[in-house]
Ligand binder design. Structure first.
Ligand code: GDP
Ligand code: IMO
Ligand code: MG
Length: 440
């Protein structure tokens, strides 16, 4: 029986289905390449939708299963699991040529990509001239270049923010005129930088790839995702890059051009902040970085080389050597705070199997003063990491399949990290394969 009082409560706290379903977010807490692709693939069976919300083909997300290895750049890492809808969100920048390469390779390996993938009309297009501008900008920076992936990411996001961008939805009307206007503007910019490229071939390839793109379902991502949530569907948002590459909070200017943090999932998909549920923060048992920029715990010695060799730390997209160093808990705590991480996932634990000792940076010493809160700049020449040294476990973790099987020294390391980070570590990855994953 309803009383007037019940109705008042119903009015104040409406039983609105739309607030009950939330999205979960999985993102990197370091400088990228934490192993996001592997874990998204592992978690996907629990979700109906997997959505990428930012970045573009600067990402390289590796998945390994059944003896095969796949590297995804723009396509969400849920694409291999049955019955999951994959969505490229409005916050992503898409290069049709690289997208076609990636999608056709998946089609060739039997993935029904045209049915499983949907693309946001509001996502921005990377033009061939964006890639040329990326290269020209880097050249102009000389010694202070960022070491971008060269995929045109910065110039495409610059056009988006300066309101000159071309969106996938523009394919539906008057596209050629819009494209030519953007291209000519870029060619003028390139000429002013002393470049005079012949883009005939690049353009022909790009326009062919545009036709391929039209074969996909183009959607109003914000409506699609909110309808899915209203209908009780479970959504996982997949981040690219990492928190320390975020354009606002990363090691600026050595960052990418998008918001890689949880907030980016809201703007990159059209989700209200109150619809964010669990945030899975993923990190390696050590730390890597590709490209230029400060990296307080970087190792220039044999230990750094050993981590690189054992961890195969070479870029999934560019093949570039990744810089390696010890885990940085000052930066990790900062990343956990910015993202509202509820659950941690530690990757590549097995890479440290052979080490007698493992170090963890717990503070920075800047001009002689100990700092535990991530500072404005980590570029100070006087910055020195303060380490805690822990014993190594000296056992092969890669064969373990349950938490109980893991050595005590390793469990002590997990307990140390959980205490420092004040967040539970719920998944441990002990090898690149889908099966080498321990859920606690
Ligand atoms: P993402 O960009 O975050 O998806 O990460 P990448 O794919 O660029 O880099 C992670 C690399 O580590 C890939 O080569 C993975 O196959 C590999 N990998 C992931 N998890 C593990 C792990 O637990 N142990 C080892 N040894 N390799 C892993
Ligand atoms: P995933 O998703 C690691 C780095 C580049 C460069 C900087 C800017 O695989 O983790 P950009 O091309 O974005 O303008 O380059 O960001 N970078 C990444 N580093 N993993 C990535 O992606 C990266 N995407 C960009 O090396 O330092
Ligand atoms: Mg990567």
């Amino acid at each position: 029986m309803h009383t007037s009082n019940d109705n008042t409560i119903e009015y104040i706290f409406p039983r609105n289905k739309s607030v009950s379903m939330k999205v979960d977010v999985l993102l990197g807490l370091q400088w990228g390449d934490e192993g996001k692709g592997k874990v998204v693939d592992v978690l996907t069976p629990a979700y109906d939708v997997v959505a990428r919300f930012q970045g573009g083909p600067n990402a390289g997300h590796t998945l390994e299963f059944d003896g095969h290895k796949y590297v995804l750049r723009s396509i969400p890492s849920g694409i291999f699991q049955e019955n999951t809808v994959n969505l490229i969100g409005n916050g992503v920048v898409l290069d049709p040529v690289l997208f076609m390469e990636e999608a056709q390779a998946l089609e060739a390996s039997g993935v029904d990509i045209k049915h499983k993938l949907k693309i946001a009309k509001k996502a921005h297009l990377i033009l061939p001239t964006h890639r040329l501008l990326d290269a020209a900008n880097e050249k102009a920076k000389g010694g202070s270049k960022i070491g971008t992936t060269g995929k045109g990411i910065g110039p495409t996001y610059t056009d988006k923010v300066s309101r000159n961008g071309l969106r996938i939805g523009d394919l539906e009307s008057n596209f050629e005129a819009k494209y030519e206007k953007a291209r000519n503007r870029h060619l003028d910019m390139l000429r002013s930088m002393g470049e005079n490229p012949d883009i005939t071939e690049l353009e022909a390839k790009w326009l062919k790839a545009i036709d391929y793109l039209k074969e996909f379902e183009l959607v109003d991502c914000e409506h699609a995702i909110n309808h899915a949530l209203d209908n009780g569907k479970k959504v996982l948002c997949e981040g690219a890059q990492g928190t320390m590459l975020d354009v606002d909070f990363g090691s600026y200017p050595f960052v990418t051009s998008s918001n890689t943090i949880t907030a980016g999932a809201c703007t990159g998909l059209g989700i209200a902040p109150r619809r964010i549920g669990d945030v899975y923060g993923i990190f390696k048992a050590y730390c890597t970085r590709v490209g230029a920029g400060p990296f307080p715990t970087e190792l220039f010695d044999e230990t750094g080389k050993k981590i690189r060799d054992i961890g195969h730390e070479y870029g999934a997209v560019t093949g570039r050597e990744r810089r390696c160093g010890w885990i940085d808990l000052v930066a990790l705590k900062y990343a956990i705070m910015l993202n509202g991480v509820t659950k941690l996932i530690m990757m590549k634990s097995d890479v440290l199997d052979g080490f007698d000792e493992i170090k963890a940076c717990v503070a920075y010493k800047i001009n002689g003063e100990e700092v535990r809160e991530f500072p404005f700049s980590i570029e100070e020449e006087s910055l020195e990491p303060v380490y805690v040294t822990l014993p190594g476990w000296k056992e092969d973790l890669s064969k373990a399949s349950t938490y109980d099987e893991l050595p005590k020294t390793f469990k002590d390391y997990i307990a140390f990290l959980e205490k420092e980070l004040q967040t539970p570590i719920v998944i441990l990855s002990v090898g690149p394969d889908r099966t080498q994953t321990i859920v606690r």
